[in-house]
Design a protein around this ligand. Structure first.
Ligand SMILES: [Zn+2]
Ligand SMILES: [Zn+2]
Length: 291
């Protein structure tokens, strides 16, 4: 199976230089990240089985771009997965289905908020793409209460995380979500994944998120280096992070960091001297709402 040099905490600069836009997460699973270039900065995805050419489209808002990429590669889109019910994720469904007859998959509780679901998903369901790709459905509430993330069952795992986890950030909770649930999702599910898990989010918000990281934790050297690097980044060839990287640069995974806690205590005088991880997460989420 596919492998490349992994990056330990002390080799931070190596991962910053290691940059290939369209990486495969396994020999048989091919991932294409599709930059929509729209105002919401959405990323769409195609996940294909190299053996059969069957593909699953994640949140194909820009169905034209997704169909063009499928055609280029001689793939047929047989399934669509909506991570959640927001329109910038579901808006391409009907046109994509009309063009491909693909089946629509989404959270089982999204049946009233997403039209035309063929398969309702719950935690632990496995989605097959062609002969070779298997994706595990994670039930990840917080951004909305019917949100699915997909985790590939490959040696080098890939997480398709919609609006739950972003590069250097977390989803907001003001359109049907709850920060307490987002905290639970981060600590009990996402942070438990393998460190080499590749992160494929639903939007390109990395610049602004890194600025937020540095506002909360000005001495985060990795975030400084990465911000300098990605300021010149073309989102159609975006850096793909790993969970290990996120744990270094994403404030929402750094809930025990003393710099972050000390700065929060200045803004929240009622915060405990040794605040819980949850208290830190909720305070960060609140500040990020106004960022
Ligand atoms: Zn959303
Ligand atoms: Zn979104």
């Amino acid at each position: 199976m596919h492998s490349h040099t992994e990056h330990g905490n002390n080799e931070c600069k190596a991962w910053l230089l290691f940059k290939t836009p369209y990486k495969t997460a396994g020999v048989f699973m091919i991932v294409k990240q599709i930059w929509t270039g729209n105002a919401y900065r959405n990323f769409n995805y195609l996940i294909a089985c190299a053996e059969t050419g069957q593909a699953l489209a994640i949140d194909p808002l820009d169905y034209k771009k997704c169909l063009a990429v499928a055609k280029e590669n001689d793939w047929s889109v047989t399934q669509i997965l909506n991570t959640h019910e927001h329109h910038d994720h579901t808006g391409g469904n009907q046109a994509m289905i009309a063009a491909t007859k693909a089946k629509l998959l989404a959270h089982q509780n999204a049946k009233n908020s997403i039209a035309g679901i063929d398969t309702g998903l719950s935690a632990g369901d496995v989605i097959k793409v062609g002969n070779t790709v298997e994706l595990l459905a994670l039930d990840t509430p917080g951004h909305t209460m019917s949100h699915i993330c997909l985790l590939s069952k490959t040696d080098e795992p890939a997480l398709f995380c919609g609006d739950t986890l972003f590069n250097a950030g977390a989803g907001n909770c003001h359109n049907g979500g709850h920060p307490d649930d987002l905290y639970q999702t981060f600590t009990s599910q996402l942070s438990q994944l393998q460190d080499n898990t590749k992160i494929y989010p639903g939007h390109d918000y990395i610049d602004n998120n890194l600025e937020f990281t540095l506002a909360r934790e000005p001495d985060n050297e990795q975030a400084k280096i990465l911000l300098n690097q990605i300021k010149k980044q073309n989102p159609s060839q975006a850096l793909i992070s790993t969970l290990a990287m996120e744990k270094q640069i994403n404030t929402f995974f750094r809930l025990h960091n003393q710099t972050i806690i000390a700065k929060l205590q200045q803004e929240f005088p009622d915060m405990a001297e040794q605040p819980s991880a949850k208290e830190v997460f909720l305070a960060l989420r609140q500040l990020r709402n106004k960022w």
